[in-house]
Structures are given as C-alpha cells and as structure tokens.
Design a binder for this molecule. Structure first.
Ligand code: CAA
Length: 263
C-alpha cells in the first residue's frame, strides 16, 4: 500500500493486497469529525487507486468502532450553515467513489454515524459484544448519513423503525441474527483477523471480476429485479473480454493469485 500518514487514522498493509484503515481518535471514541472524515476519504481514494490493493478493511478500537458524528462539532450548527455547506455530504464518498470491496470490522460502539459508516461498507463483521445503534433521536435529531435508508433495507422496516424511533442500541449478536452483519465473532481480535483474511482472499481474485461483482450487487439496491438481471447479464458478458476469465477457466483449479493478470 502507498505510504500514508495522518492524524486521526492509521493506514497499514497487514496482508498481501489488503489495506487496513484504523480509526484512531481514542479519546473521542473515534467520533467522526470533518478532519477525520477528510483523512478517511483521502486514504480510501489512495487505496482505491493503488494497483497492489485488492480489498480494504476499516476498523476502530476494541472499545469503539466509532461513537457517531462529532457532537461537539455539530452542537452550534444552524440550518443555513448545515444546508449551504452540505454538512456531511462528504461522508458519501466511501460509497460513491470507492470501487474496491470494503469490510468493516466492528468492535465496541458503532453508534449514529459510526453505525452508518459500517453500513456504507460492503461487508460487516462484528464481535458479539459490539454495540450498534442510531441514537440520534435522543439528541433531538435523526440519522443523517444514510442510517434510515440502509438500516431499513438491511433489517426490515419494523425493526429499523423501532430502533430509530427509540434510539435503543442493539448488540453484535443481534446484528448477525438480523442479517446486518455477515459474521459475528466472540473476540474483537478474531473479528479483525477474520476480516483481514476475507480481504486477503478477495484481493487474490481477479480485480476486474471483483470490481464487477461489487458493482452488480450494489445495483440490486437501486434497480428492480428485471433491470438488475439485465444489468448483471451485460456485465457478465463483458467479463469474457478479460484475460483473467481466460486464465481462470483454463486453469480452474489454480485460480489464486499468481495466475491473475488484473487484465
Ligand atoms: N462526538 C463527540 N465526542 C464524543 C462522541 C461523539 N459522538 N462520543 C463520545 N465522545 C467523547 C466524549 O465526549 C468523551 O470526551 P471527553 O472525555 O472530552 O468528555 C469521550 O469521547 C469518552 O466518552 P464517554 O466518557 O461518554 O465514554 P463512556 O464509555 O462513558 O460512554 C458512549 C460511551 C455510550 C458511546 C457515549 O460516549 C455516548 O453516548 N456517545 C455519544 C453517542 C451518540 O449519541 N452518537 C450519535 C451522534 S449523532 C450522529 O451520529 C448524527 C449522524 O447520523 C450523522
């Protein structure tokens, strides 16, 4: 991964092809301030452009993935300043600009914007004792970074409505049972380790196919089934133009890393 140094996040390359971004504002439980998010966007964009990076993991500490948007930064905002500066619009770049898979390894608190950041990623892994929630209602506001939309799609309207209207937290165990998290682990260390392993596995596949796979799965969120299937078919057809498909189908048993050309 490219060398990067920041104030509020750490970026490393713990396994081949894997970029790890660790949110690192421990004294504020990784509250997502604008400076932190600008760094996060910068790091994600660089990893997205880096030809040796095939997948990205975002994590926090054992105590907090992220305890939400930075309340201290928001408390004196007015309607007009929030509106004219498009407050937290910049939070949308992980989903709009990053085409490589992102896995969130969630331990500790993932509240408000922290829960929303986890839901912006492609796959959530968490520990059973992680604490998710959209507590904004308790602050006199509502989720502002996609929580009302993504939580509802992930776990259904009745559960999402109850959580958003009451501001009650839910556990990592529940996140797994409800399908918000793909996998749930006992220990925080195991959660991160397994996220890195999955990222390494993905990074070993054809980057062309991985990019296409993420793109078509995401289309299912915007398109009806008929249009979505048609979109999938077109992209599927286009992959017959990649070298990786030729290699992959010629040596189907040996698809991992060395054979793939990224072409
Ligand atoms: N913003 C700014 N600072 C925060 C923060 C946040 N979201 N969450 C925690 N912190 C800070 C605390 O202010 C405290 O700093 P100081 O020592 O300088 O006072 C430090 O982190 C440690 O926090 P606590 O002492 O509160 O730790 P705790 O273990 O007692 O409690 C907690 C942990 C239950 C997560 C509690 O910190 C908490 O409730 N935090 C706020 C959670 C929240 O409401 N998040 C939603 C924000 S709104 C939002 O995100 C809007 C959106 O949709 C975009």
């Amino acid at each position: 991964a490219p060398a990067m140094s920041y104030e509020h996040i750490l970026v490393s390359n713990p396994k081949p092809g894997v970029g790890l971004v660790t949110l690192n504002r421990p004294r504020a439980l990784n509250a997502l301030s604008t400076p932190l998010f600008l760094e996060l966007n910068d790091a994600l964009l660089k990893l997205n452009q880096d030809k040796d990076t095939g997948a990205i993991v975002i994590t926090g500490s054992n105590k907090a993935f992220a305890a939400g948007a930075d309340i201290k930064e928001m408390k004196d905002l007015t309607f007009s300043s929030a509106y004219t500066t498009d407050f937290i619009e910049l939070w949308s770049s992980p989903t709009s600009q990053i085409k490589k898979p992102i896995i969130a390894a969630v331990n500790g608190y993932a509240l408000g914007g922290g829960c929303e950041l986890a839901m912006m990623t492609d796959i959530i892994y968490c520990s059973s004792t992680a604490t998710f929630g959209q507590p904004e209602i308790k602050l006199g506001t509502i989720p502002g970074a996609g929580g009302s939309q993504r939580l509802t799609r992930a776990i259904g309207k009745s559960r999402a409505m109850e959580l958003i209207l009451t501001g009650k937290n839910f556990s990592g165990k529940e996140a797994g049972e409800w399908g918000l998290a793909a996998r749930v682990f006992q220990e925080p260390e195991e959660c991160l380790e397994e996220a890195l392993k999955t990222a390494e596995l993905i990074a070993g596949y054809s980057q062309v196919a991985v990019k296409a796979a993420k793109e078509v799965v995401n289309k299912s969120q915007d398109l009806g089934v008929r249009d979505g299937m048609e979109y999938e078919r077109r992209v599927f057809h286009s992959l017959f133009g990649s070298k990786d498909q030729k290699i992959g189908m010629f040596y189907p048993a040996s698809i991992p890393v060395p054979l793939l050309t990224k072409d």
